[in-house]
Design a protein around this ligand. Structure first.
Ligand SMILES: Cc1cc2nc3c(=O)[nH]c(=O)nc-3n(C[C@H](O)[C@H](O)[C@H](O)COP(=O)(O)OP(=O)(O)OC[C@H]3O[C@@H](n4cnc5c(N)ncnc54)[C@H](O)[C@@H]3O)c2cc1C
Length: 445
């Protein structure tokens, strides 16, 4: 108990992810920054928000860029997640249209649909070997309530022009062999992949384009040009133990692993954990349970999410918590969840088990902006970042090249104080309450 609560988002999560173990020595690692260094643009954070922003900048002819990552690129959420690439944000689609209005909500959502396509195209364009599986993503109905699934589908069609294909309960066994669910909705165009392999591919492309990546380079502080005179430059400065970096512009993409370099951003992002484990290889059993290779999540607040891996393992994720947990505790929790959906797997062994921090804002939308001249940020993607980080990279690169049209659409969602420690307590209490509501709905179905 003491150990679990002592872990903070800046610690390495204990245990190795399946992704890191599978990639092994093929993983591209980057050396630390040393001495006095200048780049036109400095990106802080080597997750998908940082890498995608750098990539989008290179596509606009800007290449004097450095990315500083506290560990190695992909050590944060981006290299250890479920690998679902699908449309939308952490904020629900209904809340999105309520808050932004119908027309802008629809546009914001469509941008995420295009971003799914962008990630998929990048994989093909650069021949990134990341096990992309185009069977796509299914939202399974935990409660067996066809009417509410169909009405949700209709609302998505009417408000967002977002098509979801209905799989009736009688057809579901063709896709998922379990009696746990009613029907399901399939998102055309969605896919799933090995996120750390994707990151490895992006690093290759960035390096080919002249971008410098520094690993093991935690930025301790940044200073605006007005405070940098003493250091001999009218530029932004970023300081590490071994280096002083100057840049004309800095982009903060520190996610749920934020180390407090810009207090207003740190205060706006709550680190929230979720857990994953991978089974031992299941052989033919896996194809029997998921014949078409879909990734699946369900419609509870704290949903299970799982997908088949090419080597016949099942990757199983779930739970939302404010606590880091050790691999053994994660295995115990997820084993029970797995057995509820696939009782035939109740004796199966989980090999790797790990977790990661998602960065949640109070309003559940990412915060994109330029709070001071030359300082940009893209963070707070919550549990839904694979496509939105690619979108954010595009939006920031456009704005940094002079076109702020799309950036303005995100100004409604400013960095708001997320409550600090009390916010984490409140989040845990809210999760417990929402879980109870789901359990109740399940009982009375
Ligand atoms: C277990 C898990 C499962 C998930 N599953 C999915 C999924 O299936 N689909 C989906 O769409 N989303 C999923 N998500 C969410 C998604 O992974 C995130 O939204 C996304 O990766 C956020 O990207 P990011 O670049 O903002 O943050 P991160 O990937 O966390 O990157 C931030 C990086 O900044 C670095 N950093 C922080 N401070 C400093 C500093 N001072 N100096 C240098 N570096 C610093 C950190 O080390 C970290 O590597 C999941 C998240 C988790 C944790």
């Amino acid at each position: 108990m003491i150990l679990t609560t002592m872990l903070t988002p800046t610690n390495q999560w204990p245990g190795t992810s399946h992704y890191a173990a599978e990639l092994g020595a093929q993983r591209r690692c980057c050396s630390p920054a040393k001495g006095r260094i200048h780049h036109d643009i400095l990106v802080v954070g080597g997750g998908l928000a940082g890498l995608s922003t750098a990539l989008s900048l290179t596509e606009r002819g800007i290449t004097d860029i450095a990315i500083c990552e506290a560990g190695q690129p992909g050590d944060g959420a981006s290299g250890r997640n479920g690998g679902f690439v699908f449309a939308g944000y952490s904020l629900s689609n209904e809340a999105l249209t309520r808050q932004a209005g119908l027309s802008q909500g629809r546009q914001l959502h469509q941008w995420t649909q295009h971003a799914v396509g962008l990630v998929r195209r990048r994989i093909d364009q650069w021949d990134i070997d990341c096990q992309a599986n185009d069977a796509g993503v299914l939202l399974a109905d935990w409660f067996g309530d066809d009417a509410s699934m169909l009405s949700f589908r209709q609302r998505m069609q009417d408000t967002l022009r977002f098509r979801l294909d209905w799989i009736a309960p009688s057809e579901l066994p063709d896709h998922i062999r379990t009696r746990r669910y009613g029907g399901a909705l399939h998102e055309p165009g969605s896919f799933h992949f090995h996120p750390l392999r994707y990151i490895n591919g992006l690093i290759r492309v960035l390096q080919e384009r002249g971008v410098t990546l520094y690993g093991d380079t935690p930025i301790q502080s940044i200073k605006p040009p007005s405070q940098s005179h003493r250091l001999g430059a009218d530029r932004w400065q970023a300081v590490t133990e071994q280096a002083t970096l100057s840049a004309d512009q800095i982009v903060l993409t520190t996610g749920g692993y934020d180390r407090g370099v810009w207090p207003r951003l740190t205060r706006a992002v709550l680190p929230i954990a979720t857990y994953i484990a991978t089974t031992e290889p299941l052989g033919d059993d896996l194809a029997r349970l998921l014949p078409n290779g879909h990734a699946v999540y369900d419609n509870r607040f704290a949903f299970d999410y799982y997908r088949p891996l090419p080597d016949t393992r099942l990757l199983w994720g779930g739970r939302i918590s404010t606590r880091a947990r050790r691999p053994d505790a994660i295995r115990r929790l997820l084993k029970a969840d797995l057995a509820r959906v696939f009782p035939s797997l109740s004796e199966v062994k989980f090999e790797h088990a790990w977790g990661g921090w998602m960065g949640y804002t109070r309003h559940q939308m990412p915060i994109l902006g330029q709070p001071q001249t030359g300082l940009w940020h893209a963070t707070g993607f919550g549990g839904h970042g694979m496509a939105p980080t690619a979108l954010a990279g595009e939006v920031l690169a456009e704005a940094m090249s002079g076109d702020e049209t799309r950036l303005r659409a995100y100004q409604r969602w400013q960095p708001a104080w997320a409550g600090g420690l009390a916010g984490r307590g409140w989040a845990q209490a809210t999760y417990a309450w929402l879980n109870l509501k789901d359990a109740w709905r399940d009982r009375v179905r």
